[in-house]
Write a protein that binds this ligand. Structure first.
Ligand SMILES: NC(=O)c1ccc[n+]([C@@H]2O[C@H](COP(=O)([O-])OP(=O)(O)OC[C@H]3O[C@@H](n4cnc5c(N)ncnc54)[C@H](OP(=O)(O)O)[C@@H]3O)[C@@H](O)[C@H]2O)c1
Length: 294
C-alpha cells in the first residue's frame, strides 16, 4: 500500500490516480475526509492528517511500502521556511515512528544549492532533513519549473501580450505536473534505492516556444514582452504578492538565468513527456485570472 499526500493538488492527484489505475492499494492523506471521497469511491483508504501533525501522519504511514510528501505552497506564511521546517520535522518523525521503508519527497531543480535560489532553498533544506533516517530511505524528485506556472501569465493575453521575466530564448528547464505525478507512482513502485537518491525530471522550454504554442492554440501569437528579472519583485508586489515572497521569486528567476539553478551532472534524468502546448490547451480552456506572474 502506498500513501499519497496532496491529492487535491497537481502532483498528488496524478500519483494517486496512476497507482489506483494500476490496481495498487492507495491511502490518500487529506485535511478533510470529504476531500478523499472521490478516491474512496475508487477503493482508496482515506487518512485525515495535516502535514504538520507528526502523530496523525505516522498513523497515515502505518503499514505502507512507501509514501509521497511535498511542501505545499503557502504565500500567507509570515516566514515560509520556518513553516516548512515544522512540516519537515513531522515527515521525519512520522516516517521513523511508522518504520516507513520509502519516502518520495517533491524537491526541485536547484535543490543541491543551499542558498541564492529563492523558494528552492526550502526543498534544499527538506533534502537535508529527510536523509539519514534509520528506517526510511528517501528519494528526492527534482522537477524543473512547472509548465503550469504559465497560468499566472495568461491574463495579459487579452491585450495580445505574453509577459515573462526570462530572456525570449532562455531554455528554462521545465516539467508538467502530470509527468511529475506519474513519476512519483513509478518511483514508489520501484521502491527505495540508496538513501538520498535524486531523480530529475524536465526538458527545456523557451518563452518564444511558449508564445508560439499559444499562437497555435488561439490563432493569435501574443507579442512576447520579456521584462528584466530585476523588475519581477516590484511587478509581483504590485499584483499583491507579499514583498518577501516577491523577492524570493526574483531571486529564483535570476538564479535560473545565471545558471545557479541547473541540472546536476550524473543524476538520473527523465525527459518531459507532456509538452507546454498540451498544458496550455488545458489552461486556455478554463476561465483565467487577469494577472501576469512568471
Ligand atoms: N511551481 C514550480 O515551478 C515548482 C517546481 C519544483 C518544485 N515545486 C514544488 O511543488 C510544490 C507544489 O506541488 P503541487 O503543485 O502538486 O501542489 P498543489 O497543487 O499546490 O497542492 C498542494 C496540496 O497540498 C495539500 N496541503 C496543503 N497544505 C496542507 C497541509 N497543511 N496538510 C495536508 N495537506 C496540505 C493541498 O490540500 P488542500 O486541498 O487541503 O489545500 C493540496 O492537495 C511546491 O510547493 C514546491 O515545493 C514547484
Amino acid at each position: 500500500m502506498y500513501v499519497i499526500s496532496g491529492v487535491t493538488g497537481h502532483t498528488g492527484k496524478v500519483a494517486a490516480e496512476t497507482l489506483l489505475s494500476r490496481g495498487e492499494s492507495v491511502r490518500v492523506v487529506v485535511r478533510d475526509a470529504a476531500q478523499g471521497a472521490a478516491f474512496a469511491a475508487r477503493g482508496a483508504e482515506v487518512a485525515v492528517a495535516d502535514l504538520g501533525d507528526a502523530d496523525a501522519l505516522a498513523r497515515a504511514f502505518a503499514g505502507a511500502k512507501g509514501a509521497y510528501v511535498l511542501l505545499p505552497p503557502n504565500l500567507a506564511a509570515p516566514d515560509v521556511f520556518a513553516w516548512q521546517a515544522g512540516l519537515l520535522a513531522a515527515f521525519r518523525s512520522a516516517a521513523e515512528a511508522a518504520a516507513l521503508p520509502h519516502l518520495v519527497f517533491l524537491s526541485s531543480i536547484g535543490a543541491s544549492q543551499p542558498s541564492g535560489t529563492g523558494p528552492i532553498v526550502g526543498v534544499h533544506r527538506g533534502e537535508q532533513v529527510l536523509r539519514g533516517l534509520s528506517r526510511t530511505r528517501a528519494t528526492f524528485l527534482r522537477p524543473g519549473y512547472f509548465h503550469e506556472n504559465v497560468a499566472g501569465s495568461l491574463g495579459t493575453l487579452a491585450e495580445g501580450k505574453f509577459v515573462t521575466f526570462f530572456p525570449p530564448d532562455f531554455p528554462l528547464p521545465s516539467a508538467a505536473t502530470r509527468d511529475i505525478g506519474a513519476l512519483v507512482a513509478t518511483l514508489l513502485l520501484e521502491g527505495p534505492t540508496e538513501d538520498g537518491a535524486v531523480v530529475e525530471l524536465g526538458s527545456p522550454v523557451t518563452p518564444n516556444e511558449t508564445a508560439d504554442a499559444i499562437g497555435r492554440i488561439t490563432g493569435r501569437r501574443p507579442a512576447l514582452v520579456a521584462l528584466p528579472a530585476t523588475e519581477q519583485a516590484a511587478t509581483l508586489r504590485g499584483l499583491g504578492v507579499p514583498p518577501p515572497v516577491a523577492a524570493l521569486f526574483q531571486e529564483m528567476t535570476t538564479a535560473f538565468i545565471d545558471g545557479h539553478i541547473a541540472w546536476e551532472p550524473g543524476r538520473r534524468h527523465v525527459a518531459s513527456q507532456t509538452s507546454i502546448e498540451e498544458v496550455l490547451r488545458g489552461l486556455l480552456s478554463q476561465p483565467r485570472p487577469s494577472q501576469a506572474q512568471s
